[in-house]
Design a protein around this ligand. Sequence first.
Ligand code: ADE
Length: 333
Amino acid sequence: MSRIVDNKSIDTAIEDLSIRPRLLDEYIGQDSLKNNFKIYIGAALKRCEVLDHVLLYGPPGLGKTTFARIVANEMHVNFKSINAPSIEKIGDIACVLTSLQAGDILFIDEIHRLPLIIEESLYSAMEDYKFSIVINRETSPKNITFDLPPFTLIGATTKPGCLSSPLRSRFGISEKLDFYSINDLAKIVIRMGKVFNVEIKENAAYQIAKRSRGTPRIAIRIFKRVRDYANYKNLLLIDEKQCLEALKLLRIDDLGLDEVDALYIKTLISRFNGGPVGIETLANAIGEESVNLEDVYEPYLLKLGFIDRTPKGRIAKKPAYLHFKMTKKYNLT
Ligand code: ADE
């Protein structure tokens, strides 16, 4: 059980909580999400009911897990977390579900990766708080049904389109997390400075935020490397100049693009004349897996307006040509 279940009650998750925000009011950005949840949580608490099941979706690193923990904290209930790929057998999910207490939040990350049989077993668990399992399947099969306490399932996914419609329709609340603004990311970096006891100037935090691809996980990662630089140089305060020096050493492009992004765009333009080209062909040409390009790299390139996904394939757009100072080899129009 302990292998797959990360069961942290509100009181025992102290280490994480000093780094992660614990309350909706401490969570920076995603304003419409926060405002909606203030209503959902406030109403559920007033009625003394569990929160409806929640689906959180959006690109990786935007804080779906952090947000789910905050919901548990605000609802004053336990938070149990599992990762869908670690649930292989019906017995795995049976252990998790039968250990739930009334009101608990069960968080399933990457929920689109649950095996179908497990997904199907969740339908009645979500709808009627009942869980059925067949025993002695080969000899004399018998159906055993467990009554579960009322609980809330929070599913997180980067690929909402991969969820079957019966599962999707059982989430009463479905909310998207968007990329963060540079200002909100700068606020997150300043907050991290306070958590780690390193003073960072606003304009320095802004430089980190600009390079963070709209993603707190990346902002925090870059901040930690800049903090290493500051500690190494015995700096008590990180100002813009020192921050830019650290970022230069880290070779982070001023839009936060890395070598894979650059290779993606440069290959699309130089080898495929800016497209359209199929994702598999492009992935083969740069030696990356197509799912990785689709889930991790393309969402931000799309947001920057560098590429478009068309029915005929990927195409490079004007801002990409300008940023990489490239032109089409030949013009067919
Ligand atoms: N750390 C990571 N994401 C955060 C957020 N949205 N607000 C505050 N701190 C964070």
